[in-house]
Design a protein around this ligand. Structure first.
Ligand code: PMP
Length: 423
């Protein structure tokens, strides 16, 4: 029986192939009468199966993805409005509530990287002419100033010395002085390695009629976040760091107050793609589901799996794992005579570690050696820290002892070549 079926399949395939060849030979134009220029092969695309070298992504991101998450992305596509896919979106929203530690109904993933979450938050929470105080202690604050300005907001750029965080007193003074619609803070400033405390900030914001917006791209899942208990009104994040997924999803949450602000806008959100009144309706925020843009089907599978991994490990266990990796890294780096860029230990971000480049050491040569010899990515500084520091990410799937040891071996080798360590 099987042999007969195989034969009939073969016959059918051969007939189809002959028909296809005949129709190709007869191809002149999709529309009768239109001229048909010769096809140019000048820019013929790539051929052959894609191959990628194995790298240990120990910079500030992306981090290596968990293979379980990559496997989820290779599952068959579903339609973006099919009920089984909508159920996966529900699961993502639920997993995000756990991750943010919030009972809010309003969670989703923006289709894009962390910047999509950033721009979505700014575009929706601010109306032209409204004021935002940006707690700017690195490149992310600078970008938020730029974005808010583009959306017509009045920007107050509140700065602090590079490598330090804002005190509650400084933030409270700025809130009282400016009474802004929004206060922006970056919990994990990846350009400097600073961890901004949020304790008490939500309360100070509420007293001044301000919404608190927090960037957690480099920190969510790696350090504590208690959105409801801390009174954080809006958060955005990224998939490719402590959540161990590829880049392409920006988790976002709003509490009731933040949603109310958007619902009572006097002006339309200036970006159609990022308008939460519309995107929220695709994610079921308002009791129905309507098509806005095609959901990132495989990416949402990845997020579903990433959030399952977070739930299975437990938030606290995850935070502890990140902290232990950070401690093990610093035990090794200190032994080599290296020092943290962030002076105050309580301001040090465990997920992105910033290391001072010692006098006379060529930081770029150390990075190059790590990549060439160990396939390990170690990054240099960015923005205000360019040329002064190295950055080592210990995030998600990479926050584990074997990766820490590999990074330490790469530093030891590079610093020995530089003559900083004795051979
Ligand atoms: N915020 C922070 C703190 C980041 O570290 C990053 C990425 N390095 C971003 C925002 C922007 O994210 P993305 O590159 O994914 O757009």
């Amino acid at each position: 029986m099987a042999a007969i079926l195989r034969k009939s399949h073969q016959r059918l395939a051969s007939q189809l192939s002959q028909q296809f060849s005949r129709s190709m030979a007869a191809f002149t134009s999709a529309r009768p009468g239109e001229p048909t220029p010769a096809i140019s092969d000048a820019h013929k695309g790539p051929t052959g199966v894609l191959e990628i070298p194995q790298r240990f992504l120990m910079g500030p991101g992306p981090a290596n993805a968990d293979p379980r998450i990559l496997a989820a992305q290779s599952l068959p596509l579903l339609g973006h409005m099919h009920p089984p896919f909508l159920k996966i979106m529900d699961e993502v929203q639920q997993g995000l509530r756990y991750l943010f530690q919030s009972d809010t109904k309003y969670t989703l993933c923006a289709s894009g990287t962390g910047h999509a979450g950033m721009e979505m938050a700014i575009a929706n929470l601010l109306e032209p002419g409204e004021k935002i105080v940006v707690g700017n202690n690195g490149i992310w604050g600078t970008r938020v100033c730029d974005m808010a300005d583009r959306f017509g907001a009045e920007v107050v750029n509140l700065q602090t010395a590079t490598g330090t965080s804002f005190s509650l007193a400084e933030l409270t003074a700025a809130l009282e002085q400016h009474k802004p619609a929004v206060l922006f803070l970056c919990q994990g400033e990846s350009s400097t390695g600073v961890h901004q405390s949020l304790a008490g900030v939500g309360e100070a914001c509420a007293k001044n009629g301000t919404l608190l917006l927090v960037d957690t791209v480099c920190s969510l899942g790696g350090v504590p976040m208690y959105a409801d208990a801390w009174g954080v009104d809006a958060i955005y994040s990224g998939s490719q760091k402590c959540l161990s997924a590829p880049p392409g999803a920006a988790p976002l949450m709003l509490n009731d107050k933040a949603l109310q602000k958007i619902k009572s806008r006097k002006t339309k959100v200036r970006s159609y793609y990022l308008d939460l009144n519309l995107v929220g309706d695709y994610w079921g925020w308002f009791g129905s589901r309507s098509y806005h843009h095609t959901g990132m089907v495989s990416m949402w599978y990845a997020m579903r799996e990433a959030l399952a991994i977070v739930s299975e490990e437990g938030l606290e266990a995850g935070w502890v794992r990140h902290e232990q990796a950070h401690k093990a890294l610093w035990a090794g780096l200190s032994e080599m005579g290296l020092h943290p860029f962030v002076a105050d230990p309580k301001d040090r971000l465990v997920t992105v570690n910033t290391i001072k480049v010692p006098e006379g050491v060529d930081w770029a040569a150390v990075c190059k050696n790590a990549m060439d010899k160990f396939s390990v990515e170690i990054a240099g500084g960015l923005g205000p820290t360019a040329g002064q520091i190295w950055r080592v990410g210990l995030m998600g799937y990479n926050a584990k002892p074997a990766n820490v040891e590999l990074v330490l071996a790469a530093f030891k080798d590079g610093l020995t070549q530089q003559g900083f360590l004795k051979a």
